[in-house]
Design a protein around this ligand. Structure first.
Ligand SMILES: Cc1ncc(COP(=O)(O)O)c(C=O)c1O
Length: 381
């Protein structure tokens, strides 16, 4: 191996170790307080049956090519048509995952003369697209509608003639709080722009039938919504919904849609079934809501922290090393709680990200918070 490359990677990894930022993959074990499988669908019999039935129908495992060549399958088409109906979008495009979709849309749609205003806590996949875009980009403080409006006004005053694109998550992945979508949608409308809403953590959980938090917005003409399928939907991929002409543009211009093998048609069949489950089994969402409320109560009672109001409950620790050692202790006691460190979250805000899913019950939630309260007390800041 190249001596220079070896020295370089060794130095970087040693630096990560020193700052308690070294990462490695670890198999999930213990009670699930870490996954995004919010509705417990990842191992649901209905999704397994959907895949089995699709195999019996002759649906292939691999798409065999890009969607624009031989890889386009009737399963993709059926999924996109049903998803458009379900999410109330004119058209939907199915991507292999949310990372690819976010990166595709932000790097492809905004042009050099445009402005991208994005929330400071936006997901890495959106940031990847924003960094690749030729448009002017500016971050605004988290959930600050006024700062967003000011950024657009300032750009217009300075001669900005293109389109302002506003990028947010509807439910933030590491904080569990919701975006002020109504105010943001009004800004997009007022300034002839677009609001791009990443519904990764809201899809399946919030909105009528789990359609997401954007589902209730009064107008959808200048809104794009991204519904990832690897979280509450229990499968994988991402459904981008919006005006048909915008989707057509992406089909013609988005490089990671065009130059990539289409997602497995079997996965498309599974995602379609997941959408049916959202509509047919509202009791899953009701159950999750009860668990969220219970977890919020325990968080308040045992850790004296204010709940986020969603299934994602961050427990702020601050120091990376301390967050990792508390998470390790929880894992050793049978609770799969993970530490989230920079650069995933801002410097100095390492945290435990507790997620509530149907893979646990009230008793397990109570037991976890009891142990966590002890672990916090016994770990020196
Ligand atoms: C907010 C947000 N957007 C996008 C993604 C990417 O989605 P996927 O896991 O399907 O690539 C994630 C998941 O990590 C996410 O949390």
């Amino acid at each position: 191996m190249s001596v220079v490359a070896l020295a370089r990677v060794e130095k970087t990894l040693a630096g990560l170790e020193r700052k308690s930022r070294f990462r490695s993959v670890a198999l999930g074990s213990g009670i699930d307080f870490a996954s995004n499988d919010y509705l417990g669908l990842a191992s649901s019999p209905r999704l397994k049956t959907a895949i089995n039935t699709a195999i019996k129908r002759g649906v292939p495992v691999g798409a065999g090519g890009s969607r624009l060549l031989r890889g386009h399958h009737i399963e993709h088409e059926m999924l996109e048509n049903e998803a458009a109906q379900f999410f109330g979008a004119e058209r939907v495009l199915y991507f292999a995952n949310g990372y690819a979709a976010n990166s595709a849309l932000f790097s492809t749609l905004p042009q050099r003369e445009d402005l991208i205003v994005y929330d400071a806590l936006i997901h890495a996949s959106a940031l990847e697209g924003i960094l690749a875009s030729k448009a002017t980009a500016t971050a605004v403080p988290h959930n600050d509608v006024d700062a967003c409006e000011l950024a657009v006004r300032k750009w217009r005053r300075q001669g900005g003639k293109g389109v302002p694109w506003i990028g947010v998550e509807s439910l933030y992945s590491m904080d569990g709080d919701k975006a002020p979508l109504v105010g943001l949608a009004e800004i997009a409308e007022r300034h002839d722009g677009f609001l791009v809403i990443d519904e990764a953590h809201a899809t399946g959980v919030f909105g009528k039938d789990g359609r997401g938090l954007a589902a209730d917005l009064p107008t959808r003409n200048n809104i794009l919504t991204l519904h990832t399928c690897g979280k509450a939907l229990g499968a994988s991929g991402a459904l981008l919904g919006g005006p048909a002409i915008i989707i057509n543009y992406l089909v013609n211009r988005a490089r990671n849609f065009i130059y990539s093998t289409a997602p497995s048609p079997l996965m498309a069949a599974a995602v379609r079934e997941a959408l049916h489950i959202l509509a047919d089994e509202p009791e899953r969402r009701d159950h999750l809501e009860r668990l969220m409320a219970h977890a919020g109560d325990r968080l308040q009672l045992q850790l004296a922290k204010t709940p986020s109001g969603s299934q994602i409950l961050p427990v702020l620790i601050g120091d990376n090393g301390r967050a990792v050692s508390i998470a390790r202790r929880m894992q050793a006691e049978g609770f799969d709680v993970r530490a989230i460190r920079p650069p995933t979250v801002p410097e100095g805000t390492a945290r435990l990200r507790v997620s509530v899913t149907l893979n646990v019950d009230e008793e397990k939630i109570s037991a976890m918070f009891e142990r966590l309260s002890l672990a916090l007390m016994e770990s020196t800041p």
